[in-house]
Ligand binder design. Structure first.
Ligand SMILES: Cc1cc2nc3c(=O)[nH]c(=O)nc-3n(C[C@H](O)[C@H](O)[C@H](O)COP(=O)(O)O)c2cc1C
Length: 215
């Protein structure tokens, strides 16, 4: 297990810790360890127990803290409880058959099975239609990404594993229908959360010099 064992971090550090110009070694170490130790854990490695209701609430508080130009909340999240997973499974199966009428029964079953993997599974929806004030789409997508990252970090801080999954079914008509997406809303990806059954070695993160330059 990593630095953040399940149940060890149930409340946010005091704001005062971060509201000073003095170097805060503990705040820095906390943020550095939390951010750099997060890793994608594939849904098939996420098992029960998932976060309980109050832990999920803390995870959603992460989204609510994301940068949000115009305070328009350009995101929404739709959780898929276990008793509704079969509906999602049919959407995955139908989307596969629509794009590949020759898909084998095994491939269709694998598509279905993806709906049943993590204890908590939710759709990330970007709200990109007309809004007031009219915040550019790109900025709204950045906000969605920041909200999702905050949620991943919250889940990690609570000791859970998490992953993002997408694929060609995201844009399928069945997906839009099942989640009641309206004009301007886009299904971005699924966010999966659960207890880690097995983890891979963490990938090497790129050096800052590979993506930073000076004008
Ligand atoms: C919107 C989005 C969707 C993603 N969908 C998938 C996916 O379907 N399958 C996958 O293996 N990785 C997917 N990824 C990438 C992983 O979430 C992960 O970031 C990547 O494998 C790097 O691993 P790390 O997060 O542990 O550094 C997606 C990432 C994003 C931002």
């Amino acid at each position: 297990m990593g630095h953040f064992e399940q149940g060890t971090s149930t409340s946010a550090p005091p704001l005062a810790l971060f509201q000073t110009t003095e170097p805060q070694a503990s705040a820095f170490s906390f943020a550095d360890a939390l951010i750099t130790s997060r890793q994608n854990i594939s849904p098939r490695r996420l098992v029960e127990p998932g976060p309980n209701a109050s832990q999920l609430d803390q995870i959603f508080r992460g989204a609510a803290s994301a940068p949000d130009h115009g305070l328009i909340k350009p995101w929404r999240f739709v959780t898929v409880p276990l008793d509704k997973r079969a509906l999602l499974a049919e959407v995955f199966a139908l989307a596969l058959v629509e794009r590949d009428p020759g898909a084998t029964p095994e491939q269709i079953e694998t598509a279905r099975e993806k709906a049943h993997r993590a204890p908590v599974l939710m759709l990330v929806v970007a709200r990109l239609g007309a809004c007031e004030p009219p915040i550019p789409t790109l900025e709204r997508m950045m906000s969605v990404g920041a909200a999702v990252q905050n949620m991943l970090l919250m889940a990690h801080g609570l000791g859970f594993g998490s992953s993002l999954t997408s694929g060609q079914a995201m844009q399928s008509p069945g997906m839009r229908r099942l989640f009641g997406l309206t004009d301007g809303e886009e299904a971005v990806c699924f966010l999966n959360i659960g207890t880690i059954s097995k983890r891979k070695t963490q990938r090497l993160h790129p050096e800052a010099s590979s993506f930073v330059s000076t004008l």
